[in-house]
Design a protein around this ligand. Structure first.
Ligand SMILES: [Zn+2]
Length: 799
């Protein structure tokens, strides 16, 4: 009996064991490879998987593997599914919510009750790593590589992979811009085998932003940015964010951190060290895998906020970027020594053909393929994951400590303790949007339930009453550095060498959000009334709470939409060529956001004089770009040629017959020249050593008696990015509506040679025939961020 029972147990055990084994084997065998689903191995020459193929593969992987959970986290701008694949051990995947909750506590240690809980969370938590591919859609290889990476993680059984799966949770984003994957895939397929194979599509690869889709990570204008920001900074708080990019063809093969100078002073030094350490690990692993041409400490800096890999720094996370040399989309390209010699020296790397400490093995020029890019990216991804797994407790502890430090009251009495947004400043919809942007990235905002007295150094008198309905953004919160980086002023270091050469920053130098948006905010040094006043304030957890405080009755359902601002119903045309103008895209974004009806105007319509509009806008593009368009040798005929000289004549007739022409920044030059206007851009011929202003906020003096400037005060902040300043030679013909301030014009960023623009015209207006021309020397709608100067555009459009 007993024996029988044992026998029974034994046989049942064997049966279960063999079933489990069989299930495991069967399971392993059914995990589909990308090739088995797509019919080709991704990253093979001249193949491309579009978004439906990529999402289809990930959904098959999700069904087959318990190590992979694919979630749709939102829709893209054009309505496609936006997905993320969670990859870890089967056990971890089952307990995702548990690990997410742990990470959320590490991101806000004020929720942790004692040291024992700290230790427990660090012991139990996993390093959360996000890897995002091909936000820039012509940098297409990573999106294809992502399927190979996911398959490898789901099937490999080596010790290193096991350690990675055990200790990390990978959030793999196959593309941060799915719409663009299809724009590029369609164009690539259309041109494959033609002389135009491998060229960039003749349209923006993000509906509004094109390449600027990676300039939106604090402003959150785009659906994709909003979706990922919610995933990262409201839900998962990744300790490591790796954004996979490509660059030009003829330089180094692969650029990774450490980055180039200058660092942003709001990035914690520990984060910069961690970024550098991870970069060196990637570099060493690539070298060990015999890849040449890997460069560190070059080109890309950490000054600017707003990139996929730079926003994490302000959440105390490690942001990594890799930039691989590009092929011709998925087609191979022959790189010659000649091409590499002609490459302009990058910051920190004199020549890609020479070795240097930060580039210890130069790459020998030859044919360069998508598979070469993918191979390097795979090694780099594994490096990041391996580090994250091996040093799990270090990453979690450092992350927690940085968040904890930020949450403490600032011990330095000279530093501000909060920013205040005063009630009753007008433009409530813009204030609401401003608060919404802060809330969306997890910044804590409070509204006041009673009046407070505060010391505000920049106000007179400095001790001021803050009225009810104002908002306070305290600095003792985990995102202290983000608050400082967004609301504080940027003072870019004056990087000029002895010979007067300026060191060009990677992106813009200044972006202070309240200045750009025309929202009044002040740094508060001290709340005079009562200790711990912050805690008596009420936290704003939802934008509609803030809207009630602002007396905005309409609830906000959609992030993007704002009330229509135009009153006279003008017929608006916006010039849109085939050169993929980001400035055009952002103008369209502003019009869609404020529900301004408009039509895009093509080269052909301008050439054929088909211009039934009250106003036409030329976005900030150069004379050549607008007149000549895409070159015939690079694109099929229907996309080439620009508006032509005939088009310029037609625009002239349009204005002479009563139309209004509105030009932004670069496009002014075309009209000033071809219409013989008595004015010039005084900055045009200056050397960089004399004048330089690479993306900064400047003070304008405004003639607010002019209808163009109605609703403005006497001064306003405007965005200048290598823009213009006009000198008017006949003031009886050209009206100056706004000028750059006579002194101290720089509000945030970097301005070298200020004297050249002081007092010069920033906004001009002239009658021309029966019509009008409005010339903006600056960017009134820069990246959809400059809410403060949007009203100039709306005023200009009114009949
Ligand atoms: Zn890129």
């Amino acid at each position: 009996m007993i024996q029988h029972r044992i026998f029974n147990f034994y046989s049942i055990f064997c049966l279960i064991f063999s079933l489990v084994c069989f299930a495991n084997i069967a399971h392993a065998q059914t995990i589909p490879s990308p090739k088995s689903v797509l019919g080709f191995h991704p990253t093979t020459d001249k193949t491309i998987a579009d978004w439906s193929q990529i999402t289809n593969y990930f959904s098959k992987l999700d069904q087959a593997s318990d190590k992979v959970a694919v979630r749709e986290i939102g829709k893209t701008t054009l309505g496609k599914p936006f997905i993320v694949a969670f990859i870890s051990t089967a056990d971890n995947i089952k307990n995702l919510e548990n690990y997410r909750a742990i990470n959320q506590k590490l991101a806000d240690p004020r929720q942790i009750k004692d040291e024992a809980e700290f230790q427990r969370l660090i012991g139990q938590g996993k390093t959360v790593v996000a890897i995002s591919c091909s936000i820039h859609s012509t940098e297409i290889v990573a999106s294809q590589m992502s399927m190979n990476l996911a398959y490898q993680m789901a099937t490999a059984t080596d010790e290193e992979t096991k350690e990675i799966l055990n200790n990390t949770i990978l959030l793999l984003i196959p593309s941060a811009n799915p719409d663009g994957i299809d724009i590029v895939a369609n164009w690539y397929r259309k041109t494959l085998g033609t002389p135009y194979e491998g060229t960039s599509p003749p349209e923006l690869y993000h509906h509004y932003a094109g390449h600027d889709n990676n300039r939106d990570w604090f402003m959150l204008n785009l659906k994709e940015t909003q979706t990922v920001t919610k995933l990262f900074w409201q839900e998962w708080f990744p300790q490591v964010v790796y954004d996979v990019h490509q660059m030009g063809q003829n330089g180094a093969r692969f650029v990774i951190p450490p980055f180039f100078d200058p660092p942003n002073p709001n990035i914690p030094p520990l984060v910069l060290r961690e970024v550098g350490l991870m970069g060196y690990k990637m570099a060493a692993d690539l070298q060990a895998s015999k890849f040449a041409g890997v460069a560190t400490n070059t080109t890309f800096d950490t000054w600017w906020h707003g990139g996929f890999r730079s926003a994490p720094y302000y959440h105390n996370s490690i942001g990594i970027l890799s930039e691989a040399a590009s092929a011709n989309l998925m087609s191979p390209v022959l790189i010659t020594p000649e091409k590499m010699r002609q490459t302009r020296g990058a910051r920190g790397l004199a020549s890609p053909l020479e070795t240097a400490t930060n580039h210890p093995q130069a790459w020998q020029p030859k044919t360069w393929r998508a598979s070469d890019i993918a191979a390097m990216e795979m090694v780099a991804c594994r490096s990041v994951l391996q580090m994250a797994a091996k040093f799990r407790t270090n990453y979690l502890r450092n992350f927690l400590e940085l968040n904890r430090n930020n949450s403490r009251e600032n011990a330095n009495p000279n530093q501000p303790i909060a920013y205040v947004i005063f009630a009753g400043q007008g433009r409530e919809e813009v204030v609401s949007r401003f608060i919404e942007i802060l809330l969306a990235q997890g910044i804590e905002v409070y509204k006041m339930s009673r009046e407070l007295h505060a010391s505000i150094p920049s106000m007179q008198p400095t001790e001021t009453e803050i009225p009810l309905g104002s908002f306070l953004i305290p600095l003792d919160q985990p995102q202290r550095n983000n608050v400082e980086a967004l609301l504080g002023k940027q003072i870019y270091p004056n990087r000029v060498d002895e010979r007067g050469n300026v060191d060009v920053p990677y992106d813009v130098a200044g972006w202070t959000l309240p200045l750009q948006m025309g929202v009044e905010s002040y740094a508060v040094k001290q709340i005079v009334e009562g200790a711990n006043s912050n805690r008596k304030l009420e936290r704003v957890t939802d934008i509609n709470q803030a809207r009630q405080t602002l007396n905005l009755n309409r609830a906000k359902e959609e992030f993007a939409k704002l009330p229509q601002p135009l009153k006279t119903n003008p017929r608006v045309g916006l010039y849109k060529g085939f050169t993929a103008s980001m400035d055009e895209g952002w103008t369209r974004f502003v019009f869609d956001t404020f529900q301004v009806p408009f039509k895009s105007v093509s080269d052909r319509e301008i050439r054929n004089n088909n211009l039934k509009f009250d106003a036409i806008i030329l976005p900030a593009d150069s004379e050549n770009t607008i007149v000549d368009g895409l070159k015939a040798e690079n694109y099929p005929k229907e996309y080439t040629g620009g508006i032509t000289a005939q088009g310029v004549e037609n625009l002239k007739k349009f204005v002479e017959n009563g139309g209004k022409l509105i030009c932004f920044d670069d496009s002014c030059e075309l009209i000033i020249k071809r219409f013989n206007l008595p004015m010039k851009n005084v900055l045009k011929d200056l050397k960089r050593s004399e004048f330089y202003c690479p993306g900064s906020i400047l003070q304008l003096d405004v003639d607010n008696t002019n209808p163009l400037a109605k609703t403005f005060g006497k001064q306003t902040a405007a965005y200048f990015i290598n823009s213009s300043a006009f000198e008017i030679s006949d003031a009886s013909k050209i009206k100056s509506v706004a000028t750059y301030a006579n002194s101290n014009a720089l509000l945030s960023g970097w301005l070298l040679g200020e004297k050249y623009l002081n007092g010069k015209t920033a906004l001009a207006e002239t009658d021309y025939g029966k019509g009008k021309i409005v010339l903006f020397a600056f960017r009134p709608q820069h990246r959809g961020q400059t809410f403060g100067t949007f009203p100039f555009i709306f005023n200009a459009l009114e009949k």
